[in-house]
Write a protein that binds this ligand. Structure first.
Ligand code: FES
Ligand code: FES
Length: 168
């Protein structure tokens, strides 16, 4: 089957043989930002966006993404043009080992796209599918609040989508 999608803003196509998972397709093609954690839809470390909604790519067939727009962490920002959330996660000390961070950032982005001025409960709900073994969540929670304020005030350095790093 020929699978076509818009991936991080670019039209791409892949040949897939069968019921391949989106997480495998992405990682086999160099998009290592989505992480394999529980492999069961529970931890959120594999989260990517499909048509603007965060999904767990470990339980989502690649074929389901045909004709859709997929965004991975590689498409969220770059070193030169980080997304406001990437800026504030670093500034607030919300990143430790980093394993959960790609999924958490994409969940937070979905929230801010839909709800630019979220209440505390909105942030908790948006991040409740993303497990973190390091941080205790407080700093990540704070980082989302600061990013929301920064986006509203137009103070972010930039959010130019592009394919970026390849951390595994
Ligand atoms: S690896 Fe997909 S939800 Fe945990
Ligand atoms: S920063 Fe280590 S799992 Fe979240």
């Amino acid at each position: 089957m020929k699978l076509e999608m818009k991936l991080n803003g670019k039209d791409v196509s892949f040949e897939i043989a069968g019921p391949e998972l989106l997480l495998d397709l992405l990682r086999d093609n160099g998009y290592f930002g989505a992480k394999r954690g529980c492999d069961n839809g529970d931890c959120g470390s594999c989260a990517v966006q499909v048509d603007g909604k965060s999904i767990c790519s470990c339980i989502y067939f690649a074929g389901q993404a045909h004709g859709r727009e997929v965004t991975t962490i590689e498409g969220l920002g770059t070193m030169e043009h980080p997304h406001a959330l990437q800026e504030t996660f670093v500034e607030c000390g919300a990143v430790q080992c980093g394993f959960c961070i790609p999924g958490m950032l994409l969940s937070a982005k979905e929230l801010l796209d839909e709800c630019p001025n979220p209440k505390d409960a909105d942030i908790r709900e948006a991040l409740d599918g993303n497990l973190c073994r390091c941080t205790g969540y407080t700093k990540q929670f704070e980082a989302v609040k600061v990013a929301a304020k920064r986006i509203i005030e137009g103070k972010s350095k930039g959010r130019k989508p592009a394919r970026g790093g390849k951390s595994r």
